[in-house]
Design a protein around this ligand. Structure first.
Ligand code: CTP
Length: 418
């Protein structure tokens, strides 16, 4: 339907990006078809009568044909999307429809500005050759693969290669994307591209744009998204190691290095994540990122977390961790009874306790927090309010006190089973 609608207007329509890459890769590897994912379409066409691009026009034409889909328009970038939350066959589906465009960057790492142009230029602005392949959907040549930059060979040779030397200066998140694709697809980063990566990092452009450039919130959000993709993937360990070996953690902060201790903490946090997997407020990728930022001095950690626009509770944790740790450690060294320890630790949320446990040089602190989370936190008072009522206590403020005392007595082993 989309191809017909585009043809009727005299436009060309292409499918581009990740879905072409994954389809060709699956074919090459003899797999039937890759798992269905989001689809990126690009329309090459120009409509003088329209004040929006061809992509938006096409999406508007198509939406009524699929009443169960929802239309979203992003005017500034001349793109639209059709979304299905409950597609009859595919579950959820997201089709982006963009107008063929080039992007020029007014200054490094700024937001792309958009102007209409042809498919070749549209593909040229993309990150890697394997993502710059297109399949034509319109005209007699429907099904034809457009490969202007050697993407098919790189797919065969399993190489991640940028299209031009400036690619990584223009968009720092591409370093993280290069690593993500390399690890996920089991590709290698081609030598020249690796040299560009190192050059871009050493040039300091990222530090200027990420740390100092307050006008680049969109860039920071995109970097956070890439970090999230990496840190929530099953391959996160290999990706972090590769980022570190490329020096790319310096994009987050010039002093951030994956030393042995930090690596050990990252591995250790997984043990805690596995154990408390099902508990609230535990966001795996975020906690891994917080652990990674423990490799920084407090004030640097704070500013990186702030620049990445991490959620408030995360900012709070990373800013006050030392204070929390001191309070907890001095409390634990002073208290002897379990009920006192429980009273202290229940003031902190699960991610904070995990971070304090990891950071603590004091093994018993880690063991006590583990015991609190796995055993003591679950202990309940043997009686509840109803029981007290049945026993004839008059309802009132006293209940809270009695129940707390009972819980403390249970925790401290002062309540027998009889
Ligand atoms: N793209 C880019 N530079 C970026 C982000 C995206 O050039 N910093 C381009 C790539 O051509 C990519 C397309 O936009 O293929 C779509 O981006 P995205 O959906 O993030 O990537 P996919 O390739 O679809 O990857 P995935 O399989 O992870 O969804």
């Amino acid at each position: 339907q989309a191809a017909q609608a585009a043809t009727a207007r005299g436009w060309q329509l292409y499918v581009v990006g990740g879905s072409v890459r994954d389809l060709l890769l699956a074919k090459q590897e003899g797999n039937k078809s890759p798992a269905m994912q989001d689809i990126d379409l690009v329309v090459d066409g120009f409509d003088q009568t329209a004040d929006v691009g061809a992509g938006v026009e096409l999406a508007k034409t198509l939406q009524p044909l699929y009443p169960e889909s929802r239309l979203e328009i992003h005017g500034a970038f001349q793109t639209a999307a059709l979304l299905w939350h409950k597609h009859p066959v595919l579950g959820s589906l997201w089709i982006d429809i963009a107008t063929a465009r080039t992007e020029f960057y007014p200054y490094p790492a700024a937001n792309p500005e958009v102007e209409a142009s042809s498919i070749r230029q549209d593909l040229y602005r993309r990150d890697f050759t394997i993502n710059a392949l297109a399949v034509r959907l319109t005209s007699n040549h429907a099904g034809e693969v457009l490969d202007f930059f050697g993407g098919a060979i790189d797919l065969k040779e399993r190489k991640i290669r940028v299209l031009h030397p400036n690619s990584l200066i223009e968009d720092p998140t591409r370093i993280y994307r290069a690593v993500r694709f390399a690890v996920r697809l089991r590709f290698t980063i081609e030598a020249q591209t690796e040299a560009y990566i190192r050059y871009a990092i050493n040039s300091g452009v990222y530090q200027r744009s990420l740390l100092a450039h307050k006008k680049a919130p969109a860039l920071q959000t995109r970097l956070k998204t890439e970090l999230k993709y990496i840190l929530q993937a099953p391959y996160w360990e290999r990706a972090i190691q590769l980022l570190a070996s490329l020096g790319a953690l310096q994009c987050l902060h010039p002093t951030l290095q994956l030393n042995q201790k930090l690596w050990w903490l990252l591995r250790l946090v997984d043990r805690w994540l596995r154990r408390f997997d099902r508990q609230d407020n535990l966001v795996h990728w975020l906690l891994r990122l917080e652990v990674l930022l423990l490799g920084l001095e407090t004030s640097d950690r704070q500013s990186v977390a702030y620049n990445l626009q991490l959620p408030n509770d995360s900012l709070e944790r990373l800013s006050h961790l030392e204070t929390y740790q001191t309070k907890i450690e001095s409390g634990l060294s002073e208290f002897e009874q379990v009920s006192q320890i429980v009273k202290l630790l229940q003031n902190y949320d699960l991610p904070t306790l995990i971070l304090v446990a990891l950071r603590s040089e004091h093994r018993p602190t880690r063991q006590t927090i583990w015991k609190y989370l796995t055993i003591w936190k679950q202990v309940k008072s043997p009686l509840n309010g109803n029981d007290l009522k049945t026993l004839g206590y008059p309802p009132g403020a006293l209940y809270k006190e009695i129940l707390e005392d009972l819980l403390a007595a249970t925790l401290d082993g002062r309540v027998s089973d009889r």
